[in-house]
Design a protein around this ligand. Sequence first.
Ligand SMILES: *Cc1c(COP(=O)(O)O)cnc(C)c1O
Length: 423
Amino acid sequence: MTNQSWFERALAVIPGGVDSPVRSFASVGGVPYTVVSGEGAYVTDVEGTRYIDLVQSYGASLLGHAHPEVVAAVREAAGRGTTFGAPTPGEVVLAEAMTSRVPGLEQVRFVSSGTEATMSAVRLARGVTGRDRVVKFDGCYHGHSDALLVAGGSGVAQLGLPGSAGVTAGAVADTVVEPYNVVPTLDETVAAVLVEPVAANMNLVAPQSGFLEGLREECDRVGALLIFDEVITGFRVDFAGASAYLGVTPDLWCFGKVIGGGLPIGAFGGRRDILASLAPTGPVYQAGTLSGNPLATAAGLAVLARVTPALYEDLSARVARFAHDLREAIEGAGLFARTPVVGPLTGLYLAREPFEDPVDYATSRECAQNGLYREFFHAMLRRGVALAPGAYEIMFVSMAHTDEDLARVVSAAASAATAIRHP
Ligand SMILES: *Cc1c(COP(=O)(O)O)cnc(C)c1O
């Protein structure tokens, strides 16, 4: 069966043919490839076409697909039973691995997705401060809970939506949206400031110097909690995540993606005195049948056990070279590109005129709307490179991507850029 025929079958029984809008080709056009397997840096579709994969489950897989140690850990855990409704050693050991790496992170509570992590962290912040308002930033994505979907990046931005139908005015009445990279003036009604410490859902936007420090000071001034949404950056930007990498310590952290090693997971955590307000020790209720699932914690642990600070440095160096070469290849073909880098994270912006690195959603959107990404995406796909099907996503280079894989992406980009410049 072809990609086309699988997609038609999917369309009949799954809305839009996808279980998450970012996977659809709605913003780039065409029919998505349906994946049957992945191995390291590569995925293979139902037609047997193999792609170098820069999606990597939107950052969930740090070691690449089907890493043998992760597969073995999941197999072994599955053989012991997949869920019990009782505490398991795996969740304790994963929590220990996380808290021992991230300075200031004393306790974590596991959930099953990044969405649940941010939703629960906000509830906790409101419960602890007794305040209602939450400040978020335009173009930052914090999952699909009602209060946080407003002005979200990623798929919300791809589809050109301001937020979502079905969210009541009441649900977002206490959400305040501010531009990224500008420190807002807060007051005593603010429970929390929620931010992606490196914005990675409006393409890549690095925090400008002073932004996160300014948020820390402003939160301290009015007694609000600072929440870092590290669902992408946690254990990807660095061995200890973005807070340690950037030198600013929040009150609460949200995690997901990498810590599940490719299985569904999320976590939120912070100082012990704040987490004490969670049920059963405190009044803020939060729960989950599959929370701290043994398969997910086993997979996450296999990943964290494998990585070392040196491996992150190595990956960052490889990504820096790749980002530089990619930009040169595209500009050599007569287009303009920016490939900002933060550690091992990199984004890709394309334009027909020279431009600067975007600093917020407005400047990121200017690039996303020029139509070039859509053409480039398909030209790359035809050359065996899978980028995310949307201009607001970043490129995820896993630890399985070799210099040769990345060199192949660069030469595909040179040829793709030439093709779309001279159609
Ligand atoms: C992916 C993501 C989420 C949501 O996580 P899910 O597991 O998809 O619910 C939240 N915040 C950020 C920064 C993300 O990138």
